[in-house]
Design a protein around this ligand. Structure first.
Ligand code: UD1
Length: 422
């Protein structure tokens, strides 16, 4: 077991390069199953979720070569569409195997997914989409059995905006007969990224990035080469960390447009933000004013940055209300922040943050991926030393976190439990 040791109080300074998007990577890798030839994906982050996915594909028989930041996937040797448990439970995005295997083989038997515990995370919209395309879906003791003799295009309205359901339906529909339209589709940049890969393979998808996506089914999808977009959540995490420490950081390899919801909110607090073509400079200040944050689907403020943002708001003068409209109970980090000195009350699906409350170093446990990011930022601003445990969550989504923070001047190291006490 490992933990992070953080000595707080150093303003972050310098430049940090952003890796490829986790939430794209975990959809693009299964999307490669649909191709009848090798797919090369570039700018892949080295994170646990990607490693797990590679192993899943290899277990199914695919040939996968993962070198530096690129991967070649040849899914033609896949001979297994049955994976009830084990690795599929280690990540949320294993649900994309339903859509990809259904689209390619007309069958998938894959266990229900795991991932961060953020409260209820149903998959009814995925099921609704598959059924509309003509599949039968059965939940057999936690294993989803999805089958179709023939998939036919359909008009599908999503009752809620869902990233996962939108992508899963696209994966199943690209080889269906006829036209599928997804209405009230999610508009996240990762959806555009997946549609771009699929179109490079020969799919005919239009409208990705809007709330109506149209998919004209095709018979054959070929291999191709694709570069993943930058991770807007990783970028946002460094932007918030830079602001929180009163630092001056250039976040490189970003798409500034994707960062607008975050940049706008940081400006409202009083952070200075200078946008370049593919870089954003964040100049932190000594004082911030309280703001309200409401998460919503893209282009709203991302729920995945709500937790790191809450840490920053402990430094803002006044009362900030953070409302998570996507996940009602994504507030488990607030107990840990309170132990470090924050004044946070949870009221329904909102966290009420009173600032300014100087934080003091403590032992803290990351309960999920972005809670981990929130606690690391807390450690960076706290007086004294902070120990963050639960690194298995952080490793799922942040490439080279310690290295990147150290390059920015942070005093952070990763130690094996027990080593620190010696
Ligand atoms: C994705 C992201 C995750 C992010 C989330 C919201 C990946 C791998 N993960 O998760 O990082 O926090 O989007 O931006 O891309 N819902 C239903 N029924 C469904 C599906 C979803 O009720 O069938 C609800 C969810 O409980 C949630 C909301 O819809 O309240 C949005 O969830 P969704 O966009 O599907 O999240 P994920 O795709 O799982």
């Amino acid at each position: 077991m490992e933990k992070l040791l953080i000595q707080g109080g150093t303003p972050l300074q310098g430049r940090v390069g952003i890796s490829g998007a986790k939430n794209s990577a975990v959809a693009l890798i299964p999307a490669a199953i649909l191709a009848d030839g090798p797919v090369v994906i570039e700018n892949l982050p080295h994170i646990q979720d990607v490693e797990i996915y590679v192993n899943l594909l290899k277990d199914m028989g695919a040939s996968v070569l993962f070198e530096d930041d690129w991967m070649e996937i040849d899914a033609r040797p896949i001979h297994k569409t049955f994976m009830p448990n084990g690795k599929v439970k280690k990540l949320r995005a294993s649900y994309y195997l339903w859509g990809a295997l259904l689209g390619k083989f007309g069958e998938a038997q894959i266990g229900l997914p795991g991932g961060c515990d953020l409260g209820p995370r149903p998959v009814d919209l995925h099921i609704k989409g598959f059924e509309a395309l003509g599949a039968t879906v059965e939940n057999c003791k936690g294993v989803m059995i999805v089958r179709a003799k023939k998939l036919r295009g359909a008009r599908i309205y999503l009752d809620l905006v869902s990233v996962g359901a939108t992508i899963n339906i696209m994966l199943a529909a690209v080889r269906a007969e006829g036209i599928t339209t997804i209405e009230n589709a999610a508009r996240e940049p990762e959806i555009v990224d997946v549609a771009t890969l699929l179109n490079n393979m020969g799919a005919r998808i239009s409208g990705a990035g809007t709330d109506v996506i149209r998919i004209q089914g095709v018979d054959i999808l070929r291999g191709c080469r694709h570069t993943i977009i930058p991770d807007r959540i990783e970028a946002g995490t460094y932007m918030i960390a830079a602001a929180a420490t009163g630092g001056d950081v250039v976040v490189e390899n970003v798409i500034a447009k994707h960062m607008e919801p975050v940049s706008a909110k940081l400006r409202e607090l009083g952070v200075e933000i200078i946008e370049g073509d593919d870089a954003i400079r964040i100049i932190g200040k000594k004082e911030y004013k309280a703001v309200d944050v409401k998460t919503s689907p893209y282009p709203g403020f991302p729920t995945d940055l709500q937790q790191p943002m809450t840490t920053l708001l402990t430094l803002a003068e006044g009362t900030s209300i953070v409302t998570d409209n996507i996940y009602s109970s994504r507030f488990r980090h607030s107990d840990e922040l309170r132990r470090m000195g924050a004044a946070i009350k949870i009221e329904g699906r909102s966290a009420v943050v009173e600032g300014v409350t100087p934080l003091t170093g403590a032992k803290a446990m990351a309960s999920d991926l972005r809670a981990g990011a929130a606690l690391v930022i807390a450690g960076l601003i706290a007086k004294g030393n902070t120990e963050v445990e639960g690194l298995e969550h952080i490793d799922r989504g942040y490439e080279n976190l310690v290295q990147k923070l150290s390059n920015l001047g942070a005093k952070v190291e990763r130690v094996t439990l027990g080593e620190a006490e010696q």
